[in-house]
Design a protein around this ligand. Structure first.
Ligand code: SF4
Ligand code: SF4
Ligand code: SF4
Length: 365
């Protein structure tokens, strides 16, 4: 699926956000003219689905019209939101310039229900929100549910953010039966809180013996520490165990789970791998370009690898040409075999050796 980032503005500040900083490299929001040009291109190339992201896309007051326009040209939009939008009538505090008038708020909810094929709600742990934000999110979800919107939740496992029971409870409250999940990935400048999935445990220790770059040694040591991720109760557990327990709990509650990106296979035990492959959708160890269209129509491999970019989506002959261009751009990085994977029979077959964005600096050969 192609993704369009309509704005980098957001009304939340998640530690793990991989979008921070992009507003300095591209316009803060897409222009009307570029959106119209993109619509012509999408129709011409019969693109069936488009992810609409930000930042927080509901902060862009043009969103209802954009969704209607996409619907008119036969593109099914999937909107990614934190569901914190609100009307100026109900607001208490925060930035007034971001508030919607009550009529605009109604139009937004109507457009989401009418035109969005799916609304993917980034539903973080309630301990990260103020009371007002929690009320606002719950009220919006209730309105969406009452009006028949198709909702999926999204969970990002990040350092210090590994709880998931609150999500299962929310699925019950709002009749949601699907959760998309991932580990937090690095942003372009590595300034966010992310989980390093590039090299693991004893393999890293061996690598330290043969690495001759002091910067790489430090990175590998950081990797070793990062396998243990702190939980709210103050204990540390391996991230793979958190993921497996989460998927099992979802399965027991009849909630479908789908992995967003790929994870290295040696992150899991053989038994865990068998279980996840059988239970979790898109559970894979090799990534494909996410095809992220920035606000100026530049197209990136994915946000963590935003530097791997094609200059303008309109210059390409459809989704497959973009996929091919971005894949070939990332090929040299993909072919740089991490030291941790040197003797691994899975490398370049069933596993790519972790997130390519991390490899950009982790490889020490
Ligand atoms: S992850 Fe999403 S909701 Fe959180 S700060 Fe980033 S754009 Fe906003
Ligand atoms: S290629 Fe092998 S060693 Fe490297 S991350 Fe994948 S499973 Fe682990
Ligand atoms: S490089 Fe690949 S694994 Fe890493 S975030 Fe991008 S798409 Fe996902």
């Amino acid at each position: 699926m192609l993704n369009l980032f309509i704005t980098y503005k957001c009304n939340l500040s998640c530690d793990y956000c991989f979008v921070h900083g992009l507003g300095q490299l591209h316009p803060m929001s897409i222009s009307d003219a570029d959106f119209q040009r993109l619509c012509v291109w999408l129709a011409e190339h019969q693109v069936p689905t488009l992810g609409i992201l930000g930042g927080e896309p509901t902060l862009d007051k043009r969103l209802p019209d954009m969704l209607a326009r996409l619907h008119d040209i036969g593109v099914a939009p999937v909107v990614f939101t934190n569901a914190l939008f609100e009307s100026s009538e109900s607001r208490i505090g925060d930035d007034l310039s971001l508030a919607l008038k009550p009529k605009e708020n109604d139009e937004l909810i109507s457009a989401l229900c009418k035109h969005a094929a799916n609304i993917v709600v980034n539903y973080n742990d309630p301990t990260n929100y103020s009371e007002i934000q929690i009320k606002r999110r719950e009220s919006n979800l209730q309105k969406l549910q009452e009006r028949g919107a198709h909702i999926t939740f999204s969970k990002n496992f990040a350092p210090g953010d590994t709880e998931w029971q609150y999500l299962i409870d929310a699925c019950r409250r709002f009749g949601v039966n699907a959760i998309r999940y991932d580990i937090s990935r690095p942003n372009l400048n590595r300034t966010n809180s992310y989980i390093n999935s590039s090299a693991y445990e004893s393999k890293c220790a061996d690598d330290i013996q043969i690495c001759n770059s002091s910067q790489s040694i430090k990175q590998l040591q950081d990797n070793m520490k990062s396998h243990l991720v702190a939980s709210h109760d103050g204990t540390s557990r391996h991230i793979n165990d958190h993921i497996v327990e989460f998927v099992r709990a979802c399965e027991q509650a009849s909630i479908m789970t789908g992995l967003d990106c790929c994870l290295p296979s040696c992150m899991f035990t053989t038994e865990q791998l068998q279980y996840l492959h059988a239970t979790s959708l898109r559970f894979t160890h090799v990534c494909q370009p996410s095809i992220d269209i920035q606000t100026d129509l530049q197209v990136s491999y994915c946000m963590p690898l935003a530097q791997f970019a094609l200059s303008n989506v309109l210059d390409y002959n459809g989704e497959w040409e973009l996929m091919a261009g971005l894949s070939s751009m990332a090929k040299p990085l993909r072919e740089k075999r991490p030291l941790a994977c040197e003797a691994c029979e899975h490398y370049a077959k069933s596993c790519q050796g972790g997130c390519l964005a991390l490899r950009a600096s982790d490889v020490c050969v």
